[in-house]
Design a protein around this ligand. Sequence first.
Ligand SMILES: NC(=O)c1ccc[n+]([C@@H]2O[C@H](COP(=O)([O-])OP(=O)(O)OC[C@H]3O[C@@H](n4cnc5c(N)ncnc54)[C@H](OP(=O)(O)O)[C@@H]3O)[C@@H](O)[C@H]2O)c1
Length: 231
Amino acid sequence: MSKFAVVTGASRGIGFEICTTLASKEHHVMGVARSQDKLATLEEQYPEYIYTMPVDLTDEQAVAKLTKRIEEYKNGVDIIINNAGALINKSFSELSLSDWRAQIESNLITAVNLTQQLLPSLNESAHIVNISSMGGFQGSAKFPGLAAYSVSKGALSTLTECLAVELSDQNIKANALCLGAVQTEMLEQAFPGIEAPVSAKKMGDYIADFALNGSELYNGKILPVALEDPE
Ligand SMILES: NC(=O)c1ccc[n+]([C@@H]2O[C@H](COP(=O)([O-])OP(=O)(O)OC[C@H]3O[C@@H](n4cnc5c(N)ncnc54)[C@H](OP(=O)(O)O)[C@@H]3O)[C@@H](O)[C@H]2O)c1
């Protein structure tokens, strides 16, 4: 059966690949990010299945407009993939409080707000997938420079456990995937020249499959998706 997924961070990297994989399996996708031109390119891949809306997820009014548009899809939402994120690479001594606030805002509060706004649209048995990081996985090796990023992702993972409990009445499932290094612009900008063992396409395929099927076996889980620790 065709499902309807809302995917954030759809303009590039892992999110772009999640959208095309879902659409290639004839699922409908609302792809969200700020870059309108890249979203247009995404829509062109599967115009029958991919819709997009340029939204800054830190802008509450813009998210309210997105929510309204999603409410127009009368069959409801089956999947939310909170994938949008940002990474600030600075040592703890250099991180300003505004850096901390920006990381918490882009990697946690955006997922909190979108998920809360979409609750009335979620179908029974819907699956919320939060894209976390090995940096935010308890007991993993930590990278210098990623304190604010890792803390924001750790909080996103904990949110996932809380959602699984609070939404269990509606049979809604929530899981977090803690990714290791994936070859994307985010990684290249933060660590120039780094070579990750996994491509965005491979990870996008995996996440799309997990979003479709993972809730049959997992709920409230924080799952590492990495070949090595921390990668
Ligand atoms: N790559 C890795 O090694 C790695 C490892 C662990 C976890 N992750 C996580 O995986 C997710 C995807 O990462 P990626 O590597 O694919 O990153 P990316 O290439 O930088 O893509 C990030 C996406 O998020 C969107 N975005 C960022 N801030 C936004 C905002 N305020 N509103 C709307 N959209 C926003 C960006 O689009 P616009 O700029 O167009 O808005 C872009 O589509 C992130 O959550 C990241 O933390 C990645």
